[in-house]
Design a protein. Structure first.
Length: 423
């Protein structure tokens, strides 16, 4: 494969874009390929190379690169008609009604423009409505580029994970290991009266893919209730991806107080949302006094795309298709690993999958387990090999990969062939 044009573009980009990219994960080594266009489940780069795409925009593209016709029509209609006004539109109401109808925890919703904005506002809402400052999060979890959750460490020894955030911010955040009931109980024994919320993804999707052990999410539900704290599920990735239209909370049968959304809910356009019980969400301004606002929030084009995305999934075999291909892919990779790399494991559920380069064949239970995997080997050798075989995976060991409605059995077969050779 030749990448001359991508290399030229990256060279130009490095002069005017920080690190040559607008989101750090995109800066793959030695230089990223620049995308020319998408085609179904594939992307074509600036040099004309074609890849089977499992990055899928890091999650939003449930249908791959060719959205169903009603999505495209709605996007064109709303972009031609405005595209936005600074005044409310019917499509925002329709989309909110749909989400409230399907997602167990959602009675009321506020749309924003990114997952980060959603988690920032969710944390503010939790702090405001409980009158408490501390939040509990999971080690290795990711909730976007927000000051309260960009921390590292363990209870009693927490620091910002990036420069530019005051230490005093991190004092209010307590990271605990996922799937560890004992630690979260201890933290609540010590700080229970000061904890506004536990915020977690129901399935960690930014640190490998780590599933909750039986009963763990229910424990979080019980413990937060006992202490008058809130439970926030960050479903930015899992929302409308895992558990179909009921999201992961429906799949696991645990209903949080607040849910954050992003990605799929915007049909491929920038989006975020905070949903939950009406008595909480209506505390946002202007109904309440928890400040929340945004020029582009509820953007009609995004709302139309998101709404038609979900409508189409409600009326077609979308989740059956993507989940079946997800099963086939996970089973196929497992077979290959058994033969070629029994120390590695396959993780994921529904249409999410990842190969973990574990050293002992044991499925990771938390972020620390994942970081013990052969992360460099995954990134520097395996990912490159897969790319050279025409398969575009997320470029590090930690981020999930996604099957879309546009993927076919043939794509899966070709992908498994590539795995066989690359591994
Ligand atoms: N929460 C989770 C669980 C995420 O995976 C992400 C992004 N991958 C975010 C929040 C932040 O979303 P965004 O990048 O849209 O700000």
């Amino acid at each position: 494969m030749r990448h001359d044009e991508s290399r030229r573009l990256y060279d130009r980009a490095l002069s005017v874009l920080a690190g040559g990219v607008n989101s750090s994960v995109r800066a793959t080594q030695p230089y990223p390929f620049f995308v020319e266009r998408g085609d179904g489940a594939h992307v074509i780069d600036a040099d004309g190379n074609r890849y089977i795409d499992y990055v899928m925009g890091y999650g939003p593209l449930l249908y791959g690169h060719d959205a169903p016709e009603p999505v495209q029509a709605a996007v064109q209609k709303h972009s031609a008609a405005g595209p936005m006004y600074g005044a409310p539109t019917e499509i925002e109401v329709e989309h909110a009604e749909f989400v409230a109808r399907h997602v167990p925890s959602v009675e009321m919703i506020r749309f924003v423009n990114s997952g980060t904005e959603a988690t920032v506002s969710a944390v503010r809402l939790a702090r405001a409505t409980t009158g408490r400052d501390k939040i509990v999060i999971m080690q290795g979890g990711y909730h976007g580029a927000q000051e309260s959750t960009l921390v590292k460490g363990e209870p009693g020894n927490v620091h910002p994970s990036t420069r530019g955030i005051p230490d005093s911010f991190a004092e209010h955040t307590i990271p605990v290991p996922f799937n560890d009931e004992e630690t979260v109980r201890e933290v609540f024994e010590q700080h229970g009266d000061d904890i506004a919320a536990v915020m977690t993804e129901p399935i960690l999707a930014n640190t490998g893919i780590v599933a909750p052990v039986d009963g763990y999410l229910q424990t979080l539900r019980d413990i937060t209730e006992e202490h008058g704290s809130l439970l926030i599920f960050d479903e930015v990735i899992t929302g409308f991806r895992v558990g179909g239209l009921q999201c992961a909370q429906g799949k696991f049968g645990v209903t949080p107080d607040i849910t954050t959304f992003g990605k799929i809910i915007g049909g491929g356009f920038p989006v975020g949302a905070i949903g939950g019980k009406a008595q909480l969400v209506e505390q946002f301004t202007p109904g309440g006094d928890v400040f929340q606002s945004g020029t582009f929030s509820g953007h009609p084009v995004t709302m139309a795309a998101g709404h038609e995305y979900l409508n189409f999934a409600a009326e077609n075999d979308v989740y059956d298709h993507v989940n079946r291909l997800g099963d086939d892919l996970r089973a196929g990779i497992s077979d290959i690993l058994e033969d070629q790399a029994p120390e590695y494991t396959v993780v994921g559920t529904d249409s999410m999958f990842k190969t973990m380069f574990t050293r002992d064949g044991v499925t990771p239970k938390n972020g620390a387990d994942v970081s013990k995997a052969e992360t460099d080997r995954w990134e520097r050798v395996f990912w490159q090999e897969m790319k050279d075989h025409g398969v575009f995976l997320t470029a590090n060991q930690f981020e999930s990969q996604f099957v879309s409605y546009a993927h076919t059995d043939e794509d899966i077969e070709r992908t498994l062939e590539a795995y066989k050779e690359a591994l």
